[in-house]
Design a protein around this ligand. Sequence first.
Ligand code: ZN
Ligand code: ZN
Length: 363
Amino acid sequence: MSARLETLRRRLSATAGDEQVDGLLVSSADNRRYLSGFTGSAGFLIITGQEAILLTDFRYVEQATAQAPHFTVAKIEATAWPALAAELKRLRHRRIGFESENLTVDSHRRLLEALRESGAEVELVPRRGFVEEQRQAKDAREVELIRRAVELADRAFETVAARLRPGVTEREVAWRLEVYMRERGASEVSFPIIVAAGPNGAMPHHRPTDRPIERGEPIVIDMGCRLNGYCSDMTRTITLGEPDAQFWRIYDIVLRAQQACEDGLKAGILGRDADGLARDVIKAAGYVDQFGHGTGHGVGLAVHEHPWLSHTRGDMPLREGAVVTVEPGIYLPGWGGIRIEDMVVVGPARGLILTTAHKQPVV
Ligand code: ZN
Ligand code: ZN
């Protein structure tokens, strides 16, 4: 954690102009954990060139002291704003960055009021994605933790899928997958599991229903778990029994799109261009309007995080060590959908694929 703190301090001291800040107030739970090691559900970090302070309430003081050895732990009341303002005043800095994607409008207003009442001359400067940008490139230990979460989801998928028979409901499949992962150490699913059979598969974020799955229809299964804090996310599309000719045609396009993107995931490529590698294949096949979402996203402590492989918001270059999903899909209303999703580490020359679950769709 101390290396992460030093990196953050170096980046803070390199800020200039309108972006210049003397320190950062961290309110996001994932960023708090990333920088300090503290896994509790409440608290703030204040990080400046000299100080690293973790403010939390009495429920967590003991835990925070044990988990965050590089931070000075300060106990505050649950209604934290006056205490937080007092701490910022004590530090005598003029400009403190805050996480504008995380701190609510209401919290921001209360903190400003508390600062005014305390007489502190502190300006709060909005910073978007400052810690998230640093979180993008994973170190070897993080990649290993992510790989384990990927492996557990892969095993759950392969074990459960092999035993599916027509007549099983979407909800039942989702539950079996969740039980498998929870029984083997996952603290939770990283998002509600999607099982979308037949026409339901045309909705990329369909929630499982009691609809029995029929022979030969496409079944989109999108799932992942959280293990030791880190997330996994994968999708496979399968069928119970032989599918129709359309299935094979669409499956082949989606698979080729995924391959093209995974092969091109080298450090420095813009998220938008990485998205384009997959999108161009689908476009050439005539289905670009049926692929309405981005090609992928970062995964780490959060299941959706920077960077974005997206034609609309992929304006950042992918850094070496970033772990991202590659998940092109084609969705045909009335028929269903096909999506295939792997997790990939961005490498110096190409992507290293973490997901090992097979891509033979017929069960
Ligand atoms: Zn997914
Ligand atoms: Zn995903």
